[in-house]
Write a protein that binds this ligand. Structure first.
Ligand SMILES: Cc1cc2nc3c(=O)[nH]c(=O)nc-3n(C[C@H](O)[C@H](O)[C@H](O)COP(=O)(O)OP(=O)(O)OC[C@H]3O[C@@H](n4cnc5c(N)ncnc54)[C@H](O)[C@@H]3O)c2cc1C
Length: 507
């Protein structure tokens, strides 16, 4: 077909829609880009944790000013996830290597020294251990790095993105798509409630779970991941922060039939219980959730199915955000997937001089399938090995979770322990979590392996000295509140090249 792309319509004005529109217009200013969204169909209102790629994506790749962002959206920084999971009291998942490495003067990889004590293995994990934000610079300010993520409230984030989209020249239409004409080459026309109609060369479906174009109009099959991920509901709520410490991480806490997040906003604490309706009724879930969080008054229920559309790019429709797939939020990856795929889409168009080649579409679909499958298998592993509770839900997770491709990775770990030799082979290409992610979850949950290495006293002492130096550094650091106060003050200056003008995923 080799359709020339000059005009793009994005359907949907949630975070996915505006991120997609800004990406297209910023990176290809000659394109004609419109967003159609309906203020009568609300945005989802959740999606608060990100990964470390988000700050660079927003401020480097898209060039959106970090100072203005902090003033309007008031994000807090997320150094990682605190897991209340498995037999340890807690462990920390960060965006830096804790276990996928080896100290220069030790014979074995870090994981071999962390089966008993898995603390203070990397700076951000150490800061999290002490509820600290950033180390101090010589001028007393926070040493912000690019290896941290954001906690964002969905509504102000979308408001910021909408404003940014207007400023770069995206046309925004508030109207509802009521009908769609489909032809040989995909979508030909969108019919609007106001009576008008709109057409484009390429449509980006960001209509959320409704998946109006990819799912409904083009009828692309949806691959259900429920044999690996049993949860299908979330109950969410929050309360105004009073004297609670502003924690520098998301908490993921094991619950009777799932898990609960705690996300730290500036003035709010946001909690959500992700659970399986096969094991708990909505009322029972609400009762368990409220017992743990007595300050929550009116929690709201969200239903979802973990899974993804078989292909994310069909004919002249590419879906992004929840319209393309959604794998439950345990590692808060959705926004990162949206950004990565938007960047890959715009680069594909740039490389092909704005023409759609079937082979580009096939490669893109291969990438999106690999991404969704990688998230599925990684999360499945979280459930399969979490021995913290022995309720019917968790028993079923231990016995019946389909690891969906993580089986061989597990075989490698269980036979060789937290070594590093074959990790690249075990992971395959394009796994967003890498061997580091697996090691943190496996060592974190104390999953047994057969590599019975006994470290000598000298080795233990060297590792302990390393830990102690990180512990001391973290104890002297600023809290997250102190850090944010300085970042938001008039004195704070962002260096122009602090975030590189490049996609966090390469070209
Ligand atoms: C419980 C839960 C927790 C989550 N937590 C996280 C997290 O921590 N981190 C993360 O990255 N992601 C998370 N997500 C995913 C997150 O919600 C999405 O990544 C993000 O909010 C993007 O949403 P969206 O833009 O795809 O959809 P939405 O916000 O639902 O936006 C859909 C848009 O489409 C428009 N629309 C739909 N149909 C029509 C129509 N016919 N005509 C006109 N307009 C239409 C609507 O008006 C709206 O503007 C979570 C999701 C759930 C369910």
């Amino acid at each position: 077909m080799n359709q020339l792309v000059e005009k793009i319509i994005v359907l949907g004005g949630g975070s996915a829609g505006f991120l997609a529109a800004i990406t297209m217009k910023k990176r290809m200013p000659h394109l004609n880009v419109s967003v159609i969204h309906s203020s009568k169909i609300p945005i989802i209102g959740v999606g608060e944790g990100t990964t470390f790629t988000m700050p660079q994506y927003l401020h480097g790749y898209l060039g959106l000013n970090p100072g203005a962002f902090h003033q309007l959206v008031r994000p807090t920084y997320k150094l990682g996830i605190r897991f209340l999971w498995g037999p340890r009291e807690r462990f920390h998942y960060t965006f830096k290597a804790q276990l996928d490495g080896r100290l220069a003067n030790l014979p074995k990889a870090n994981g071999f020294y962390c089966m008993d004590d898995f603390r203070y293995t990397e700076l951000n994990a150490s800061l999290m251990e002490n509820d600290k934000g950033f180390e101090r610079q010589s001028d007393g300010g926070p040493m912000v790095n690019t290896d941290v993520a954001y906690h964002l409230e969905n509504a102000p984030f979308v408001e910021f993105l909408e404003k940014a989209a207007r400023e770069v020249g995206v046309l925004i239409i508030d109207d509802e798509v009521k009908g769609v004409d489909v032809g040989e080459e995909g979508i030909s026309t969108l019919h609007l409630e106001s009576g008008g109609s709109e057409s484009a060369d390429l449509y980006i479906d960001c209509s959320g779970f409704r998946s109006e174009l990819l799912g409904k109009a083009l009828d692309e099959p949806f691959i259900d991941y429920s044999s690996s991920l049993f949860c299908d509901r979330a109950i969410a709520g929050g309360w105004e922060r009073s004297d609670e410490v502003l924690k520098p991480y998301t908490t993921a806490e094991t619950m009777d039939a799932g898990w609960a997040w705690q996300i730290e906003h500036d003035h709010l604490i946001n909690r959500g219980y992700v659970f399986s309706s096969s094991f708990l009724s909505d009322d029972e879930a609400e009762a368990e959730f409220k017992k743990k969080n007595p300050k929550i008054e009116d929690p709201r229920l969200i239903k979802f199915t973990s899974g993804a559309y078989e292909r994310n790019w069909v004919k002249n429709v590419v879906a992004l955000g929840n319209a393309s797939g959604f794998v439950e939020p345990l590692e808060a990856t959705s926004l990162a997937v949206t950004c990565e795929h938007a960047a890959k889409l715009v680069q594909t168009l740039a490389d092909s001089d704005m023409r759609i080649h079937p082979v580009s579409r096939r490669y893109y679909n291969h990438l999106s399938k690999v991404t969704w499958d990688a998230i599925r298998r990684f999360l499945a592993m979280h459930y399969k090995f979490n021995t913290r509770l022995d309720t019917p839900f968790w028993k079923a997770c231990h016995e019946d979770t389909n690891l969906a491709g993580a089986d061989e990775i597990m075989e490698y770990y269980q036979s060789s322990g937290p070594g590093l030799m074959w990790s690249t082979y075990a992971m395959g290409a394009n796994d967003p979590f890498g061997w580091e992610g697996y090691l943190v979850m496996l060592v974190g949950q104390k999953v047994k392996h057969e590599a019975n290495y006994q470290a000598g006293e000298n080795e233990k002492m060297i590792f302990e000295q390393y830990r102690n130096s990180l512990k001391r550094r973290s104890e002297n650091a600023l809290t997250m509140r102190e850090s944010l106060d300085m970042i938001r003050s008039n004195k704070w200056q962002w260096k122009p090249d602090f975030y590189p003008n490049a996609s966090p995923w390469g070209s």
